[in-house]
Design a protein around this ligand. Structure first.
Ligand code: PLP
Length: 382
């Protein structure tokens, strides 16, 4: 039978993400921050950056935060500062944004991809244990979609193997595990403040949190041309320019007081989705009872995903796929692939990210669910 396109619903589309809605809430604070930076004459580093770094460290429950230019540099500079490089392997879940693996390559090390948990689609202690070799130097625990993986198990495996546990918390601002904030588990944690993240700048920005003062100092130096803390013209290592702009720091500081309520609003959206989809053929990615997910994304698994997605699009619902190709199957990393990783490969064909952002109205969540049921009914063979 030929595919009959779903009838478009009259009225507006449901956007995947609406940054304008968040910005409307903070407009006056952001404008004040903007004016302050404009008048300060200091546009890279300086007091605005120091203020945000302290606020971010406080938010994450760590002693230090180092602002950098983006999340990828946060990861890559953390690895370099830990001495991870050529000849070393870094264990990475294959189901992640490609930057996790890209950062490992940037540091000169080799990403060693592992499969993920079938329910949460996150890295597991067992997979890390099985992938350890004499060359393993670190593991990156990715808090994908906003959920932390099993942190005690990962910490135990890392400690026993004598390797560094690094958090990729780029999707997990405000997330917790047993009540403890993301960013405070690993030797260091790496954040992105790309505009679409749960706490987003007006451009690229990132940070590393850590309790290790010496590590923080080395990352700061690497991000600032390898400068020593003593002298502007003493370069102790070959570094890069990955500093945080004052404007981005000021904007982030202005938005930070909202992060808690925005996270709760995302959790409410997710809860409404879960209730509405309960008993349907749509399976939301599981969230463990220990995890307080920050719901950067609300990901479900659906049969006939591509057809369902096309029907949702025709019905005015924007969706995403995070991510359509596991890292070990992307051309950039094929040479590091080591055998099939079946859970992630199967999931890549089924996952669908539904619209989620703090200001998404409940009525729109209901509209998405209704359209999803209709799309499924039409997409599945009778
Ligand atoms: C966004 C993201 C990154 C990279 O951050 P950028 O700021 O875009 O460089 C790394 N890891 C994950 C999981 C991400 O979602």
């Amino acid at each position: 039978m030929p595919e009959v396109p779903a009838t478009p619903v009259a009225g507006s589309r449901v956007p995947f993400l609406d940054l304008g809605a968040a910005h409307a809430e903070v407009a006056s604070d952001v404008e004040a921050a903007w004016a302050r930076v404009w008048g300060s004459g200091r546009y890279v580093g300086g007091a605005e950056v120091e203020h945000f770094e302290q606020a971010w460290a406080h938010q994450c429950g760590t002693c230090h935060a180092v602002g950098v230019a983006n999340g990828t540099d946060a990861l890559h500079l953390t690895l370099r500062a830990l001495g991870v490089g050529r000849g070393d392997e870094v264990i990475v879940p294959t189901n992640t944004f490609v930057a996790t693996a890209g950062a490992v390559s940037l540091a000169g090390a080799t990403p060693r991809f592992v499969d993920v948990d079938p329910d949460t689609l996150l890295i597991t202690p067992a997979a890390v244990e099985a992938a350890l070799t004499a060359r393993t130097a670190a593991v990156i625990a990715v808090h994908l979609y906003g959920q932390l993986p099993e942190m005690e198990g990962l910490a135990r495996v890392a400690a026993r193997a004598g390797i560094a546990l690094i958090e990729d918390a780029a999707q997990a601002h405000g997330a917790t595990w047993r009540g403890q904030p993301a960013g405070s588990f690993g030797v260091a944690a790496c954040f992105s403040f790309y505009p679409g993240k749960n706490l987003g700048a007006l451009g690229d920005a990132g940070a590393v949190t850590t309790d290790d003062a010496s590590l923080a100092r080395r990352i700061r130096s690497l991000a600032d041309h390898g400068r020593s803390a003593r002298s502007k013209h003493e370069h102790v290592v070959p570094g890069i320019n990955s500093r945080l702009d004052a404007l981005q720091a000021a904007v982030l500081a202005a938005k930070l007081p909202r992060l808690g309520s925005w996270t709760r609003a995302r959790q409410d959206v997710a809860e409404r989705y879960r209730r509405a989809l309960d008993g349907s053929a749509v399976r939301p990615v599981a969230v463990r009872p220990e995890a307080g997910s920050a719901y950067h994304l609300f990901v479900v698994r659906v049969p006939e995903r591509d057809r369902v997605r096309a029907r949702l699009d025709a019905a005015g619902i924007d969706t995403g796929i995070h991510y359509p190709v596991p890292c070990h199957r992307t051309p950039a990393f094929l040479r590091h692939a080591c055998g099939p990783l079946p859970v992630a490969e199967a999931a890549a064909g089924e996952i669908l990210s539904l619209p989620i952002y703090p200001q998404l109205p409940a009525s729109e969540v209901d509209r998405v669910c209704t359209a999803l049921e209709a799309a499924l009914a039409g997409a599945l063979p009778a």
